[in-house]
Design a protein around this ligand. Sequence first.
Ligand SMILES: [Zn+2]
Length: 442
Amino acid sequence: MVRKFSESSTRRQFLRQAALGGVLLYGWNVAAAGRLCALRVGSHQQGVRLVFDLNQRLTAAPVIRSVGEVLHIELPGIEHGLGRPAVPTLGPLQGGAEMNKSATGLVLRLPLREAVRWRSFSLGPGRGASYRLVLDLMPVAGTAVKSPRAHPVGRAGRPIVVCLDPGHGGHDSGAIGAKGTREKDVVLDVGLSLARLIRSTPGMRLVMTRNTDRYVPLMARMHLGFAQRADLFVSIHADAFPERAVRGSTVWTLSETGASNAAARWLAKTQNAVDPLLGDIQSGVHDPMLNAVLINMTQTAAMNSAVAAADVMIRGLAAVEDLHNATVQHANFVVLRAPNVPSMLVETAFISNPEEEQRLRDPDFRRLLARTMHDAIVAHFVKAPPADSAWSVTRHVLSKKENLADVAQHYGLSVEALRLANNLPRGEGQPGEPLRVPITGA
Ligand SMILES: [Zn+2]
C-alpha cells in the first residue's frame, strides 16, 4: 500500500520517527518497491554531503546534472520518495528541495546558491543499515563553506560556529498578534539582521536553519546544529499568552531531564551506527556504558555553556526590553536537544501583548533586538572562547586617556558587548581596570 502523504501526516510521521531516532529521518515502510527512506544533509570538508538512504540498490548509476542554479539528481529504480524533503540552507545549498517521479525513477531538485562540482559513491548495507548513495557537493571556486568575508585571525584555529534558528515558517505561522503580526515573519527578520552581523564578525561562521519563509521540522533544525558542530545554537521566537498584559523576554535552555532523555535516545540510535554525518561522538567507541558516559559528559559541558550564554543574553536583553523572567528558564524543547551543542531559545517579546506587538512590528526595534543578541553572543565568546577556535582573550588595561568606546573600537566590539563581557555597569570603566577583550583579527 502506498500511503498518500499530506503535509501534516508527513510531519507527524517524521516527528514520530525522529523522536525515536535523533537523526533526520523521513518516509515509511512500503514493501517491495524502490524507496528513498531518508535524506541526510551535513557539512563535509570543502562542502556539503548528502546521504540518500535507500531500501535497495539503484538499478543504474544516478544521473546528476546542474541546470542553471538547480541541481538535478535522478535515482533510477526508486519509486517512492519523501514528499518535500527538508533540506537546510547550507554551503552551496539554497535550502528546500522538490521531488518528482520521472519515467525511470525519482528526481530531486535542489536550488543552489553557487555553482558546484560533485562526486558520488554508493555504499552497501552496513550493520542494519540500508543502501546509501553519498553525494558530495563542493563549490566550484573550491572555497570552504564559510562566511563570505575572510578575516585575518589572531591565531590559527577554527571559526566559532553560530547556528541561528528563526522559529516556525511556511505553513507554521507561530503565534499571531491582535493586529495579525505573525511570529514567523518577525523572528525571520530579526534572524536575518543577526545573521548579517555574525557574518561580518571576524572568526565567526554562520549557519542558519532557515533564511526564507519555509517550514523546517524541529528535528532538522536540531540536527543541523549538531552536524555543523555549532558552538552556540540560538532559536528565535516571539511569545504568546492568553492574558494580554503579559510581556517581556525569556531565555530558555534545556532542562536536565530533557537532556538525559534525549541523550538516552541518541545513544540507542547511534551506539552501533557508523554514520558519515554523525562523526565523532561514537567513533571508535563501542562500549555502550562508555558511550553513555561520554554523551553525558559532553551534554553537561554543553548545558553549562548554554546557561552561561543564556545568562549573558538575558543581561543584554534587559537593556532594551522588559524581562518576563529575570533568570534563565529551563524546558525540554526539541530544538535544544542536540548533544554537545550549547543551545538556547530566546522569546524576544510577547506578540500577544498589544504594546509589544507594536514594537515587534517596528523594523528599528527588530534591528535593535538583533544587535543586542549579537552583542550577547560576542560577549559570551569573549568570556569563554572555544579552546580550538580562532578566538582568544587578552586583557586590556584601561588607561586614563581611554574610554570604553576607544577600547571597544580597537578590538572591533560594540561598547555593549564590551560591557557584557566584563560585567560592567553603565558609565565609564575605571582607569587601571583590566578588560577582557578578544584577539580575533589584525
Ligand atoms: Zn515560537
